[in-house]
Write a protein that binds this ligand. Structure first.
Ligand code: GAR
Length: 190
């Protein structure tokens, strides 16, 4: 059984690429039916094209309220018969409408060991705090930001000589491993 995914991305889309690659490599029995992006120049669009995946711009600036944005997104997700929604660097706060449309069917990745360092600039927050271990977390999406049930985590050490960029690279390397794995495990339990 191949589960139909949608990936929502705002920026580079490196997690999108890792998931698409895991599918191509036969490690994840799924299909990305559609990519939705909200920043017109998001590199995620080019990555979607590379994999032959339709990419649709839903620019949040065209919507007056968060709810209207999410209703437009729900419409696309339903058009593409999406069964599982993958947030991969989607930098918008979601509404109850989206959560209710896909109950327990929206996953997110966050670049810290939740519940530490929620919100934006999580890697920088952890780095500035001086933590010696941080990491990344795949979790179910909930209304409260970065607070849903945790599905998978990977710890990443902060080395004394690390720059912020070094740490970011090491965390993202692990994200690209655990996100496809977490999706595969979650789908297995459908
Ligand atoms: C990822 O590191 C992801 O964990 C983070 O954005 C990056 C997106 O990278 N998400 C958050 O900070 C959510 N609060 P990508 O566009 O290259 O996949």
């Amino acid at each position: 059984m191949s589960v139909k995914l949608a990936v929502l991305a705002s920026g580079s889309g490196s997690n999108l690429e890792a998931i698409a690659q895991a599918i191509n490599d036969g490690k994840l029995l799924a299909k990305i039916a559609v990519v939705i992006y909200n920043e017109p120049d998001a590199f995620a669009r080019q990555r979607a094209e590379k994999f032959g995946i339709p990419a649709i711009l839903v620019n949040h600036r065209d919507y007056k309220y968060r709810k209207a944005l999410d209703l437009a997104i729900i419409d696309i997700l339903q058009q593409y018969d999406v069964e599982l929604v993958i947030m991969a660097g989607w930098m918008r706060i979601v509404t109850q409408e989206l959560i209710d449309a896909f109950p327990e069917r929206i996953l997110n990745i966050h670049p810290s060991l939740l519940p530490s360092f929620k919100g934006i600039h999580a890697i920088e927050q952890a780095f500035n705090y001086g933590v010696k271990i941080t990491g990344c977390t795949v979790h179910l999406l909930s209304l409260e930001v970065d607070s849903g049930k945790i599905l998978k985590q990977k710890a990443v050490p902060v080395l004394p000589e690390d720059s912020l960029a070094d740490l970011q690279k090491r965390i993202q390397f692990q994200e690209h491993i655990i996100y496809p794995e977490a999706i595969a495990e979650y789908i297995n339990n459908f």
